[in-house]
Design a protein around this ligand. Structure first.
Ligand code: ADP
Length: 477
């Protein structure tokens, strides 16, 4: 039987270029789809930060023409394997992607400045030109988040309609409704889009072009990364201004919870952690805690519970719920994160004032993140909203018990058999929930161990979710 061909278009890819969950999904879902017998190719900008030697990038095609409005640009197409797999990653090379970061406010080329919106609109168009240049006709283009949400509009544009992509269908996955990619109307001519396309006309009514809206209105199927979030975003509170647009696609809107890369996140084999352990050797987890306490200059004490937090420090994540009062709790906290200054400052302030209780590590460090998952007894995710959330699942895999707010994917993945949760976005509620967890930790160790083990045994692999994606793909072909 002919393999279903999936073009996976993404702005992030773990472990090559990642800032958050999108990268994790892009680095893991294609592997699970490949196992199901699909032909998946990942398309990613060739960012300046990607080490071409390390990944043995080889050039496939040079000087492929891509139009932007009235101008013609040239791209080069490179190829690598997704590390540890045979899955092909097509890297698109152009000056717009040459910076050593994934996202930036402004990109200077010559004496002109470009925005990320222009960058990713150009990337989206380059994705199509790359597939054409390689003569690889995908059955489905799977677009991720706002960065590639404009692809369905391109496919409706006169220069792509009725040709190479005639049979190609699109799926649009919303990883986070908070970042929408909003651009001035000029983006239409920059992108070379026809302003008379119905999706463009509908969007321009609001005075701008919203890439996320393009994905929602333009794709054949829309999905998001948990069932609860798929429901929540149809309401005003979680809809981020797009609830009415989403309601229009209600019948084509699905929720599929993310998995995690269980091979990558495995305390039995993880080379980054201080001491490996498994369900059978759970007592070895303690050495991870004491080593990390030492490394972070926290009091070294195997009996005091360590609460881990690994997160982007942004409004969404609810860090302000953790206040000075939390220093009274009989535990230690470690933050690892970067993001908005006010939340960085907030955590730094706590660490400065209560150095025996809080440690604030304000940078991105995937290795330290793994050490924290392994070292912590509890893991906090008090988000305002959370489309899926991966950290609570990774934590459970490492036997760290999650304490989460009941929202989005957190509600779908953490029940009281594996963790603790609270409903209202409120500091007091969080405080009391941690207290409840500490009570079990100190007073009922066997119950605690049972919670830990139940979480560790839970299946968070992508196998189940990949099958659900396959079902969606099959609806279209
Ligand atoms: P989001 O996608 O909203 O950032 P997720 O929970 O879905 O949140 O995914 C976050 C991912 O990014 C996890 O793999 C987490 O470990 C990682 N991460 C976040 N911040 C950091 C950091 N400062 N250093 C290392 N890893 C981080």
């Amino acid at each position: 039987m002919k393999k279903i061909k999936i073009l996976f278009a993404t702005a992030e890819l773990n472990p090559i270029a990642k800032t958050g969950g999108l990268g994790d999904v892009a680095g893991a879902l294609p592997i699970a789809l490949d196992k199901l017998g699909l032909d998946v190719k990942i398309f990613l900008p060739f960012y300046g930060l990607i080490d071409r030697k390390k990944y043995q990038a080889k050039i496939l095609k040079k000087n492929i023409e891509v139009k932007t409005g009235s101008k013609k640009e040239k791209i080069n197409i490179w190829q690598i394997n997704l590390p540890g797999t045979k899955i092909k990653v097509l890297l698109i090379e152009h000056e717009l992607f040459s910076e050593k970061i994934i996202y930036s406010e402004k990109i200077k080329i010559g004496n002109k400045y470009f925005t990320d919106i222009e960058k990713f609109s150009f990337f989206s168009r380059s994705v199509l030109e790359t597939a054409k240049a390689l003569n690889w006709q995908p059955d489905i283009i799977h677009c991720q988040d706002w960065h590639t949400a404009i692809i369905p509009a391109y496919l409706k544009n006169s220069n792509y309609k009725n040709n190479f992509f005639q049979k190609t269908k699109t799926i649009y996955t919303i990883h986070n409704l908070a970042n929408q990619g909003i651009a001035k109307p000029e983006i239409v001519s920059f992108s070379g889009l026809d302003k008379n396309l119905s999706v463009i006309k509908a969007d321009l009514k609001n005075g701008d072009i919203n890439f996320m809206v393009q994905g929602i209105l333009g794709a054949n199927i829309v999905n998001t990364v948990s069932k609860t979030y798929a429901k929540e975003i149809l309401g005003h509170y979680q809809g981020a201004g797009l609830d009415n647009i989403l309601k229009k696609r209600k019948n084509d809107l699905y929720g599929i919870v993310n998995g995690i890369d269980t091979k990558f996140f495995d305390p039995q084999t993880d080379k980054q952690i201080y001491k490996k352990y498994s369900l059978k050797t759970l007592k070895n987890k303690t050495a991870n805690k004491t080593s990390l306490q030492k490394y972070l200059n926290l009091p070294v004490d195997k009996n005091i519970p360590l609460v881990g937090i690994v997160t982007r420090l942004v409004w969404q994540k609810g860090m302000e719920l953790i206040t000075e009062k939390f220093s009274q709790l009989d535990c230690q906290f470690v933050f690892l994160g970067t993001g908005q200054k006010e939340y960085e400052d907030h955590t730094k302030k706590l660490a400065k004032k209560y150095p025996k209780k809080f440690s604030a590590q304000i940078y991105f460090d995937a290795n330290l993140a793994q050490k924290i998952y392994a070292a912590s007894d509890m893991f906090l995710v008090p988000s305002r909203f959370e489309p899926c959330g991966l950290t609570q699942m990774i934590a459970m895999r490492y036997g760290s018990v999650p304490i989460v707010r009941q929202t989005g994917g957190l509600a779908d993945t953490v029940d009281d058999k594996v963790g603790f949760s609270f409903k209202k976005f409120d500091s007091e509620e969080l405080y009391n929930t941690i207290k409840k967890a500490l009570d079990v930790y100190y007073k009922a160790p066997s119950q605690w161990k049972k919670i830990q083990i139940t979480g560790m045994k839970k299946d968070f692999s992508w196998n189940k979710s990949a099958k659900e994606y396959l079902k969606l793909y099959k609806k279209l072909i």
